[in-house]
Design a protein around this ligand. Structure first.
Ligand SMILES: NC(=O)c1ccc[n+]([C@@H]2O[C@H](COP(=O)([O-])OP(=O)(O)OC[C@H]3O[C@@H](n4cnc5c(N)ncnc54)[C@H](O)[C@@H]3O)[C@@H](O)[C@H]2O)c1
Length: 352
């Protein structure tokens, strides 16, 4: 199979590219604009292999998308390219509207034109997997979990832009018959994540003995899923998902942010002992505006219909992740020094 992956130089996209090439023997065309969040160092394991091609293109450039599809003739698309950080969406929503909504629209249109030209036998195999987030569902209280028919109630500019793109993806199936499948996944963690989000930022600050910011009281709950388990789920959607359907992926691993940060402190202490416990670096900072309290996913549909389940517990995955960051300075030192140093993002002017 030949799969076009958008956003393949990002955190989840690079895991999908590596898995497709190394474990499935697939050919991959990675289409990525190389924004601040991209790191081609995440792809060294597959760079130069005959099954892997890279195209530095913007998904908002419709002619470029037509060109890539016509020249590589993929059997499917896994669409991950996006602006992905909630805090950045609070400071500057424009890029999120542009890439996540307008870019997805352009890609769906390019895919429709390409799909309509395919011979029937190739059309029956073609799939467009649109990758989205559980944040489209908004916030849960202390009970309940999101399932596929939970109404959309996005809170942030990021989640609103993803919700809009999900609706476009569904509409392109219902109206034009493009075989689109939508996935909504909980928070991912693992190696190769740009160090701006909670887990990699906490690990690197703990390694460097810098303050460990915890928003509000740290009581917000996320349902953590290892990136390789998510990548496996996305590939199973490509192979077995039903066009027009949506699937939730989650790790059954709800943790408060404070519990996650404390666990990372203890892991860094045990793997790289310092003078004092990293727990002393925990610093409570003003909360994110509109911060959703709790996310939790009911992944029963993916388990039953795809036979998918996470291959590791959160405790196993987070220990492996901390170990990876400790051993992978060459991957993170440059972006940390030149792209993003960990400064607080996402506060309103009234909070400064
Ligand atoms: N990270 C999570 O926890 C999570 C959870 C659920 C869903 N998602 C979704 O998964 C996808 C990937 O998330 P991620 O965390 O890997 O993001 P990321 O920020 O690490 O990577 C995004 C990639 O997209 C590329 N990109 C951005 N704009 C582009 C454009 N206009 N054209 C081409 N490429 C562009 C970037 O260069 C980058 O390589 C996103 O759609 C996100 O909404 C993420």
């Amino acid at each position: 199979m030949r799969i076009l992956v958008t956003g393949g130089a990002g955190f989840i996209g690079s895991a999908v590219c590596r898995r497709l090439v190394l474990q499935h023997g697939a050919s991959v065309i990675n289409v990525d604009k190389l924004t601040y969040a991209a790191n081609l160092g995440s792809l060294v394991q597959i760079e130069g292999l005959p099954g892997y091609a890279f195209e530095q293109r913007d998904i908002c450039d419709r002619a470029a998308m037509d060109d890539v599809l016509a020249s590589h003739e993929p059997d499917g698309i896994i669409h991950l390219a996006a602006e992905s950080h909630v805090d950045r969406s609070i400071n500057g929503p424009a890029d999120f509207i542009n890439t996540n909504i307008v870019g997805t629209y352009g890609l769906l249109e390019a895919a429709r034109a390409y799909y309509d030209r395919l011979p029937r036998w190739r059309r029956s195999r073609f799939r467009f997997v649109h990758v989205s987030t559980d944040e489209v569902y908004g916030s849960l209280g202390p009970d309940g979990r999101f399932c596929e028919d939970t109404p959309y109630r996005p809170s942030s500019p990021y989640s609103a832009s993803k919700a809009a793109s999900d609706h476009l993806a569904h509409a392109w199936f219902r109206t034009y018959g493009v075989p689109v499948i939508v996935s909504n996944c909980s928070n991912n963690y693992g190696p190769f994540q740009f160090p701006e989000k909670l887990i990699p930022l906490t690990i690197l600050n703990a390694i460097e003995s810098k303050p460990l910011p915890v928003y509000g009281s740290g009581a917000n709950v996320r349902d953590w899923l290892h990136v390789d388990d998510h990548a496996a789920g996305l590939i199973s959607l490509l192979q077995q998902g039903q066009p027009g359907e949506k699937y939730n992926f989650g790790g059954d691993s709800e943790r408060t942010n404070l519990d996650v940060v404390t666990l990372i402190c203890d892991l860094v202490d045990s793997m790289s002992p310092g003078r004092e416990s990293r727990r002393s670096l925990i610093t409570f900072v003003p909360d994110r505006p509109g911060h959703d309290l709790r996310y939790a996913i009911d992944a029963a549909k993916a388990r039953c219909e795809l036979g998918w389940r996470p291959a590791r517990t959160f405790e196993q995955g987070i220990a492996q992740t901390v170990e990876w960051y400790l051993k992978s300075r060459a991957w993170w030192e440059k972006p940390r020094a030149s792209v993003y140093d960990g400064a607080r993002l996402g506060l309103l002017e009234t909070q400064l």
